[in-house]
Design a protein around this ligand. Structure first.
Ligand code: BYC
Length: 328
Protein backbone atom coordinates (compact mmCIF):
# COMPACT_ATOMS: atom_id res chain seq x y z
CA UNK A 1 0.00 0.00 0.00
CA UNK A 2 1.33 3.46 -0.81
CA UNK A 3 1.41 6.28 1.70
CA UNK A 4 -1.27 8.05 -0.33
CA UNK A 5 -3.67 5.11 -0.32
CA UNK A 6 -3.14 4.59 3.37
CA UNK A 7 -4.35 8.06 4.22
CA UNK A 8 -7.86 7.77 2.92
CA UNK A 9 -9.10 10.87 4.76
CA UNK A 10 -6.68 13.07 2.82
CA UNK A 11 -7.61 11.41 -0.45
CA UNK A 12 -11.03 13.08 -0.26
CA UNK A 13 -10.01 16.63 0.49
CA UNK A 14 -6.79 17.41 -1.41
CA UNK A 15 -6.23 18.00 -5.10
CA UNK A 16 -4.54 14.95 -6.67
CA UNK A 17 -1.55 17.05 -7.76
CA UNK A 18 -0.71 17.86 -4.14
CA UNK A 19 -1.03 14.24 -3.08
CA UNK A 20 1.15 13.15 -5.98
CA UNK A 21 3.76 15.72 -5.07
CA UNK A 22 3.77 14.49 -1.45
CA UNK A 23 4.04 10.86 -2.59
CA UNK A 24 6.85 11.64 -5.01
CA UNK A 25 8.80 13.62 -2.40
CA UNK A 26 8.64 10.67 0.02
CA UNK A 27 9.53 8.18 -2.74
CA UNK A 28 12.61 10.24 -3.74
CA UNK A 29 13.75 10.30 -0.10
CA UNK A 30 13.43 14.07 -0.01
CA UNK A 31 12.10 16.09 2.89
CA UNK A 32 8.61 17.35 3.56
CA UNK A 33 8.85 20.92 4.87
CA UNK A 34 6.31 22.91 6.95
CA UNK A 35 5.09 24.90 3.92
CA UNK A 36 4.36 21.72 1.91
CA UNK A 37 0.96 20.12 1.68
CA UNK A 38 0.77 16.93 3.73
CA UNK A 39 -1.98 14.42 4.51
CA UNK A 40 -3.72 15.10 7.79
CA UNK A 41 -2.74 11.63 9.05
CA UNK A 42 0.93 12.38 8.40
CA UNK A 43 0.70 15.65 10.33
CA UNK A 44 -1.12 14.00 13.26
CA UNK A 45 1.32 11.08 13.42
CA UNK A 46 4.25 13.46 13.50
CA UNK A 47 2.72 15.68 16.17
CA UNK A 48 2.06 12.55 18.26
CA UNK A 49 5.60 11.22 17.92
CA UNK A 50 7.45 14.55 18.16
CA UNK A 51 5.40 15.69 21.17
CA UNK A 52 5.97 12.38 22.95
CA UNK A 53 9.63 12.66 22.17
CA UNK A 54 9.76 16.24 23.56
CA UNK A 55 7.85 15.20 26.70
CA UNK A 56 10.30 12.30 27.19
CA UNK A 57 13.25 14.66 27.16
CA UNK A 58 11.62 17.00 29.68
CA UNK A 59 10.35 14.26 32.02
CA UNK A 60 13.67 12.48 31.47
CA UNK A 61 15.42 15.31 33.32
CA UNK A 62 13.90 14.14 36.60
CA UNK A 63 15.44 10.71 37.34
CA UNK A 64 19.00 11.96 36.86
CA UNK A 65 18.28 15.48 38.10
CA UNK A 66 17.59 13.97 41.53
CA UNK A 67 21.30 13.15 41.76
CA UNK A 68 22.73 16.59 40.97
CA UNK A 69 22.90 17.63 44.62
CA UNK A 70 24.22 14.20 45.63
CA UNK A 71 26.91 13.74 42.97
CA UNK A 72 30.11 12.47 44.62
CA UNK A 73 32.46 15.20 43.29
CA UNK A 74 32.38 18.65 41.73
CA UNK A 75 33.44 17.13 38.39
CA UNK A 76 30.56 14.61 38.41
CA UNK A 77 28.14 17.37 39.45
CA UNK A 78 29.21 19.63 36.57
CA UNK A 79 28.92 16.79 34.04
CA UNK A 80 25.49 15.77 35.28
CA UNK A 81 24.29 19.36 35.33
CA UNK A 82 25.38 19.81 31.71
CA UNK A 83 23.68 16.58 30.64
CA UNK A 84 20.36 17.44 32.27
CA UNK A 85 20.51 20.92 30.70
CA UNK A 86 21.10 19.29 27.29
CA UNK A 87 17.90 17.30 27.82
CA UNK A 88 15.96 20.53 28.42
CA UNK A 89 17.45 21.85 25.16
CA UNK A 90 16.37 18.70 23.29
CA UNK A 91 12.85 19.13 24.60
CA UNK A 92 12.79 22.73 23.39
CA UNK A 93 14.01 21.91 19.83
CA UNK A 94 11.39 19.20 19.65
CA UNK A 95 8.52 21.40 20.87
CA UNK A 96 9.62 23.89 18.20
CA UNK A 97 9.54 21.14 15.57
CA UNK A 98 6.00 20.24 16.72
CA UNK A 99 5.00 23.92 16.38
CA UNK A 100 6.00 23.88 12.70
CA UNK A 101 3.20 21.31 12.28
CA UNK A 102 0.63 23.68 13.78
CA UNK A 103 0.73 22.33 17.35
CA UNK A 104 0.58 24.77 20.23
CA UNK A 105 3.27 24.24 22.84
CA UNK A 106 1.13 25.31 25.81
CA UNK A 107 -1.52 22.85 24.66
CA UNK A 108 1.05 20.03 24.38
CA UNK A 109 2.19 20.70 27.95
CA UNK A 110 -1.42 20.63 29.14
CA UNK A 111 -1.92 17.30 27.41
CA UNK A 112 1.16 15.88 29.11
CA UNK A 113 0.23 16.94 32.63
CA UNK A 114 -3.37 15.81 32.15
CA UNK A 115 -2.13 12.38 31.03
CA UNK A 116 -3.54 12.75 27.51
CA UNK A 117 -0.14 12.43 25.84
CA UNK A 118 2.54 9.87 26.53
CA UNK A 119 6.25 10.01 27.30
CA UNK A 120 8.81 7.22 27.31
CA UNK A 121 8.13 4.39 29.75
CA UNK A 122 11.78 4.34 30.83
CA UNK A 123 11.48 7.49 32.92
CA UNK A 124 8.97 5.89 35.27
CA UNK A 125 11.63 3.85 37.07
CA UNK A 126 13.47 5.14 40.16
CA UNK A 127 17.16 6.05 40.35
CA UNK A 128 18.30 4.29 43.53
CA UNK A 129 22.06 4.89 43.48
CA UNK A 130 24.64 7.01 41.67
CA UNK A 131 25.43 3.97 39.50
CA UNK A 132 21.97 4.52 37.96
CA UNK A 133 23.26 7.78 36.48
CA UNK A 134 25.98 5.82 34.68
CA UNK A 135 23.62 3.08 33.55
CA UNK A 136 21.08 5.60 32.25
CA UNK A 137 23.85 7.17 30.17
CA UNK A 138 25.03 3.80 28.88
CA UNK A 139 21.67 2.03 28.30
CA UNK A 140 19.06 4.78 27.95
CA UNK A 141 21.16 7.18 25.90
CA UNK A 142 22.57 4.17 24.01
CA UNK A 143 19.03 3.07 23.17
CA UNK A 144 18.18 6.67 22.26
CA UNK A 145 21.10 6.73 19.81
CA UNK A 146 19.98 3.47 18.14
CA UNK A 147 16.46 4.84 17.84
CA UNK A 148 17.32 8.42 16.86
CA UNK A 149 20.24 8.14 14.41
CA UNK A 150 17.81 6.75 11.78
CA UNK A 151 15.40 9.60 12.66
CA UNK A 152 18.02 12.02 11.25
CA UNK A 153 16.73 10.68 7.89
CA UNK A 154 13.08 11.03 8.87
CA UNK A 155 10.96 12.43 6.05
CA UNK A 156 9.89 15.56 7.96
CA UNK A 157 12.62 18.20 7.66
CA UNK A 158 12.41 20.05 11.02
CA UNK A 159 12.28 16.75 12.98
CA UNK A 160 15.19 15.22 11.04
CA UNK A 161 17.34 18.34 11.46
CA UNK A 162 16.62 18.57 15.21
CA UNK A 163 17.77 14.96 15.48
CA UNK A 164 21.23 15.70 14.07
CA UNK A 165 22.24 17.90 16.97
CA UNK A 166 20.38 15.82 19.52
CA UNK A 167 22.23 12.67 18.41
CA UNK A 168 25.61 14.36 18.76
CA UNK A 169 24.76 15.28 22.32
CA UNK A 170 23.31 11.83 23.09
CA UNK A 171 26.58 10.33 21.96
CA UNK A 172 28.43 12.44 24.53
CA UNK A 173 25.86 11.43 27.15
CA UNK A 174 26.39 7.76 26.46
CA UNK A 175 30.16 8.07 26.78
CA UNK A 176 29.92 9.95 30.07
CA UNK A 177 27.72 7.15 31.44
CA UNK A 178 30.10 4.44 30.29
CA UNK A 179 33.13 6.35 31.61
CA UNK A 180 31.44 6.75 35.00
CA UNK A 181 30.75 3.01 35.14
CA UNK A 182 34.34 2.16 34.10
CA UNK A 183 35.56 4.30 37.00
CA UNK A 184 33.21 2.61 39.45
CA UNK A 185 34.25 -0.85 38.21
CA UNK A 186 37.88 0.04 39.01
CA UNK A 187 36.79 0.95 42.55
CA UNK A 188 35.70 -1.15 45.53
CA UNK A 189 33.60 -4.35 45.63
CA UNK A 190 30.69 -2.26 46.93
CA UNK A 191 30.93 0.04 43.88
CA UNK A 192 31.04 -2.95 41.50
CA UNK A 193 27.95 -4.35 43.21
CA UNK A 194 26.16 -1.00 42.78
CA UNK A 195 26.91 -1.08 39.05
CA UNK A 196 25.69 -4.67 38.65
CA UNK A 197 22.54 -3.91 40.63
CA UNK A 198 21.78 -0.89 38.42
CA UNK A 199 22.42 -2.98 35.27
CA UNK A 200 20.00 -5.64 36.55
CA UNK A 201 17.25 -3.08 37.16
CA UNK A 202 17.61 -1.04 33.94
CA UNK A 203 18.26 -3.75 31.32
CA UNK A 204 14.70 -4.90 30.65
CA UNK A 205 13.05 -1.44 30.86
CA UNK A 206 15.70 -0.23 28.37
CA UNK A 207 14.69 -2.95 25.88
CA UNK A 208 11.07 -1.82 26.33
CA UNK A 209 11.97 1.73 25.26
CA UNK A 210 11.87 0.56 21.64
CA UNK A 211 8.14 -0.05 21.94
CA UNK A 212 5.99 -3.16 21.64
CA UNK A 213 7.06 -6.04 19.36
CA UNK A 214 6.43 -5.43 15.66
CA UNK A 215 3.34 -7.64 15.52
CA UNK A 216 1.77 -5.54 18.32
CA UNK A 217 2.86 -2.11 17.06
CA UNK A 218 -0.20 -0.44 15.51
CA UNK A 219 1.64 2.63 14.18
CA UNK A 220 4.80 1.15 12.68
CA UNK A 221 3.56 0.09 9.26
CA UNK A 222 2.13 3.49 8.33
CA UNK A 223 4.98 5.44 9.94
CA UNK A 224 7.48 3.39 7.95
CA UNK A 225 5.50 3.85 4.72
CA UNK A 226 5.72 7.60 5.32
CA UNK A 227 9.42 7.23 6.22
CA UNK A 228 8.85 8.94 9.55
CA UNK A 229 10.27 5.79 11.14
CA UNK A 230 13.05 4.10 9.17
CA UNK A 231 13.26 0.80 11.08
CA UNK A 232 10.83 -1.31 13.05
CA UNK A 233 10.83 -1.50 16.86
CA UNK A 234 12.29 -5.05 16.82
CA UNK A 235 15.06 -4.16 14.36
CA UNK A 236 16.25 -1.31 16.57
CA UNK A 237 15.97 -3.42 19.74
CA UNK A 238 18.19 -6.05 18.10
CA UNK A 239 20.70 -3.39 17.09
CA UNK A 240 20.85 -2.16 20.69
CA UNK A 241 21.42 -5.67 22.09
CA UNK A 242 24.19 -6.37 19.56
CA UNK A 243 25.87 -3.06 20.36
CA UNK A 244 25.64 -3.45 24.15
CA UNK A 245 26.76 -7.06 24.71
CA UNK A 246 30.47 -6.45 23.91
CA UNK A 247 30.39 -3.23 25.96
CA UNK A 248 29.08 -5.22 28.96
CA UNK A 249 31.89 -7.76 28.55
CA UNK A 250 34.49 -5.02 28.49
CA UNK A 251 32.98 -3.38 31.55
CA UNK A 252 32.85 -6.70 33.44
CA UNK A 253 29.11 -6.83 34.17
CA UNK A 254 26.53 -9.51 33.41
CA UNK A 255 23.37 -8.66 31.49
CA UNK A 256 20.45 -10.24 33.39
CA UNK A 257 19.17 -12.52 30.62
CA UNK A 258 19.92 -16.27 30.69
CA UNK A 259 18.76 -16.56 27.06
CA UNK A 260 21.31 -14.07 25.74
CA UNK A 261 23.58 -15.93 23.27
CA UNK A 262 25.34 -15.23 19.98
CA UNK A 263 23.52 -16.83 17.06
CA UNK A 264 26.11 -17.56 14.39
CA UNK A 265 23.53 -18.30 11.73
CA UNK A 266 21.63 -15.02 12.19
CA UNK A 267 24.75 -12.99 12.87
CA UNK A 268 22.96 -11.47 15.87
CA UNK A 269 22.42 -12.16 19.55
CA UNK A 270 19.34 -14.11 20.59
CA UNK A 271 17.74 -12.73 23.72
CA UNK A 272 14.80 -13.28 26.06
CA UNK A 273 11.36 -11.70 25.84
CA UNK A 274 10.74 -8.49 27.78
CA UNK A 275 7.67 -8.45 30.02
CA UNK A 276 5.25 -6.78 27.61
CA UNK A 277 2.51 -6.66 30.25
CA UNK A 278 4.82 -4.54 32.37
CA UNK A 279 5.42 -2.17 29.43
CA UNK A 280 1.68 -1.77 28.89
CA UNK A 281 1.10 -1.13 32.60
CA UNK A 282 3.82 1.53 32.69
CA UNK A 283 2.56 3.19 29.48
CA UNK A 284 -0.96 3.30 30.94
CA UNK A 285 0.29 5.18 34.02
CA UNK A 286 0.89 2.36 36.50
CA UNK A 287 4.70 2.31 36.68
CA UNK A 288 6.71 2.80 39.87
CA UNK A 289 7.11 6.58 39.43
CA UNK A 290 4.41 7.74 36.94
CA UNK A 291 2.40 9.83 39.38
CA UNK A 292 5.51 11.37 40.97
CA UNK A 293 6.91 12.37 37.53
CA UNK A 294 3.69 14.02 36.39
CA UNK A 295 3.08 15.69 39.73
CA UNK A 296 6.54 17.25 39.66
CA UNK A 297 6.06 18.43 36.07
CA UNK A 298 2.70 19.96 36.97
CA UNK A 299 4.18 21.78 39.99
CA UNK A 300 7.09 23.12 37.91
CA UNK A 301 4.62 24.33 35.27
CA UNK A 302 2.44 26.09 37.84
CA UNK A 303 5.38 27.63 39.64
CA UNK A 304 6.73 28.90 36.32
CA UNK A 305 3.49 30.70 35.41
CA UNK A 306 4.82 34.10 36.57
CA UNK A 307 7.85 33.75 34.27
CA UNK A 308 5.62 33.12 31.25
CA UNK A 309 3.36 36.04 32.20
CA UNK A 310 6.37 38.34 32.66
CA UNK A 311 7.81 37.28 29.28
CA UNK A 312 4.49 38.00 27.54
CA UNK A 313 4.19 41.40 29.26
CA UNK A 314 7.78 42.25 28.30
CA UNK A 315 7.21 41.25 24.66
CA UNK A 316 4.03 43.38 24.53
CA UNK A 317 5.91 46.37 25.96
CA UNK A 318 8.75 45.95 23.44
CA UNK A 319 6.26 45.67 20.57
CA UNK A 320 4.39 48.80 21.75
CA UNK A 321 7.70 50.72 21.97
CA UNK A 322 8.73 49.58 18.50
CA UNK A 323 5.36 50.63 17.09
CA UNK A 324 5.62 54.04 18.75
CA UNK A 325 9.13 54.41 17.31
CA UNK A 326 7.90 53.57 13.79
CA UNK A 327 4.96 55.98 14.08
CA UNK A 328 7.20 58.87 15.28
N1 BYC B 1 6.97 4.39 26.20
O1 BYC B 1 2.72 1.55 17.51
P1 BYC B 1 3.87 1.83 18.41
C1 BYC B 1 15.86 10.27 25.69
C2 BYC B 1 3.29 3.80 22.71
S1 BYC B 1 14.19 10.54 25.38
C3 BYC B 1 5.77 4.98 26.14
O2 BYC B 1 5.08 0.98 18.25
P2 BYC B 1 5.28 4.16 17.43
C4 BYC B 1 16.45 10.71 26.93
C5 BYC B 1 3.21 4.52 21.38
O3 BYC B 1 3.41 5.90 21.54
C6 BYC B 1 13.91 9.52 24.00
N2 BYC B 1 4.89 4.76 25.13
O4 BYC B 1 4.21 3.38 18.34
C7 BYC B 1 15.90 11.76 27.63
C8 BYC B 1 1.83 4.13 20.91
O5 BYC B 1 0.85 4.89 21.61
P3 BYC B 1 -0.11 6.00 20.89
C9 BYC B 1 12.51 9.19 23.71
C10 BYC B 1 5.28 3.91 24.17
O6 BYC B 1 5.10 5.61 17.67
C11 BYC B 1 16.42 12.08 28.88
C12 BYC B 1 1.69 2.72 21.42
O7 BYC B 1 2.60 2.59 22.50
N3 BYC B 1 12.53 8.70 22.38
O8 BYC B 1 16.48 9.70 24.88
O9 BYC B 1 5.23 3.67 16.03
C13 BYC B 1 17.50 11.37 29.42
C14 BYC B 1 1.99 1.67 20.35
O10 BYC B 1 3.38 1.72 19.93
C15 BYC B 1 6.53 3.28 24.17
C16 BYC B 1 11.54 8.90 21.49
O11 BYC B 1 10.54 9.46 21.79
C17 BYC B 1 7.39 3.53 25.25
N4 BYC B 1 8.60 2.96 25.37
O12 BYC B 1 6.69 3.69 18.03
C18 BYC B 1 18.08 10.36 28.67
C19 BYC B 1 11.85 8.43 20.08
N5 BYC B 1 6.62 2.49 23.08
O13 BYC B 1 0.77 7.19 20.64
C20 BYC B 1 17.58 10.03 27.43
C21 BYC B 1 10.83 8.79 19.06
C22 BYC B 1 5.47 2.63 22.41
O14 BYC B 1 -0.57 5.39 19.59
N6 BYC B 1 9.71 7.90 19.06
N7 BYC B 1 4.65 3.46 23.07
O15 BYC B 1 -1.19 6.28 21.87
C23 BYC B 1 9.70 6.69 18.42
O16 BYC B 1 10.68 6.28 17.82
C24 BYC B 1 8.42 5.92 18.43
O17 BYC B 1 7.37 6.78 18.78
C25 BYC B 1 8.44 4.67 19.39
C26 BYC B 1 7.05 4.00 19.37
C27 BYC B 1 9.48 3.67 18.92
C28 BYC B 1 8.74 5.09 20.84
Amino acid sequence: MTAQQADSSAAHDAPPALQEHFEATIARDQRIEPRDWMPEGYRKTLIRQVAQHAHSEIIGMQPEGEWITRAPSLRRKAILFAKVQDEAGHGLYLYSAAETLGADRADLTERLIEGRQKYSSIFNYPTLSFADVGVIGWFVDGAAICNQVPLCRSSYGPYARAMVRICKEESFHQRQGYELLMTMMRGTDAQREMVQDAVNRWWWPSLMMFGPPDDASPNSRQSMAWKIKRHSNDELRQRFVDMTVPQAEKLGVTLPDPDLTWNEERGHHDFGTPDWDELMRVIKGDGPCNSQRIQRRRTAHEEGAWVREAAVAHAAKQAARAEKGTAA
